[in-house]
Design a protein around this ligand. Structure first.
Ligand code: GRF
Length: 203
């Protein structure tokens, strides 16, 4: 059984999509071992509790990044987490955190990286006038929205879109893409060569 640790800061819709995919059997042999939020009032924490999952608030306010991250890493280790999934976790990870889980931390970002890293990616894409938008699941490194890309999903920007409708359609893609990327990574059938994520042939 693969233990997932989910890190959130907010509503947690990607966390719920992952939980739903596990229930539906589309992420084989996986369970959510713990949900951690750096924001104690995050709605996603309540959603985790309602599902009977261990939900831990580790408030990051006023704490040095390295100190806070050491607490999160401890918590993940206590729950025997193998793969860490950032799902709307609004913090850059410290080098020690990244080193603690080599190629074992994923993030989802609502743009086709490397375009539009950072906050309000969907608004940035819409304002730029792109005709294709989407989302990216990537391994996490020490730079913002930067690590090796595992999976991307593209959607057209429609003439009728505004930034809100675009964000909502990207979010639908996120909810498909994240579970799929997790299943692929957990299968172990991949290599990272430079910046390239390469899947090996199925046996
Ligand atoms: C998503 O758009 C995700 O791509 C970004 O933050 C948002 C989190 O949404 N990193 P939710 O908390 O999963 O609903």
């Amino acid at each position: 059984m693969h233990n997932l640790g989910i890190l959130i800061s907010g509503r947690g819709s990607n966390f719920l999509a992952i939980a739903g995919a596990i229930d539906a059997g589309t992420i084989p042999s996986a369970r959510i071992a713990v949900v951690v939020s750096n924001v104690p009032g995050a709605p996603g924490l309540d959603a985790a509790r309602q599902r009977g999952l261990p939900a831990v608030a580790l408030d990051s306010r006023g704490r040095k990044r390295a100190e806070h991250d050491a607490g999160v890493v401890d918590c993940l280790r206590q729950h025997h987490v193998e793969l860490v999934c950032l799902a709307g976790y609004m913090r850059l990870l410290s080098p020690d955190f990244v080193r603690a889980f080599p190629h074992r931390i994923l993030n989802i970002h609502p743009s086709l990286l490397p375009a539009f890293p950072g906050l309000d990616a969907q608004q940035q894409a819409f304002d730029y006038g792109v005709q294709v938008a989407g989302c990216t699941v990537h391994f996490v490194d020490e730079e913002l929205d930067h690590g090796v890309i595992v999976l991307q999903r593209a959607i057209p920007v429609l003439p009728t879109d505004d930034a809100r409708t675009l964000a909502s359609r990207i979010l639908n893609e996120e909810h498909q893409a994240y579970p799929e990327a997790i299943a692929r990574v957990l299968s172990g059938r991949f290599q990272v060569v430079g910046r390239r994520y390469m899947e090996s042939a199925r046996p």
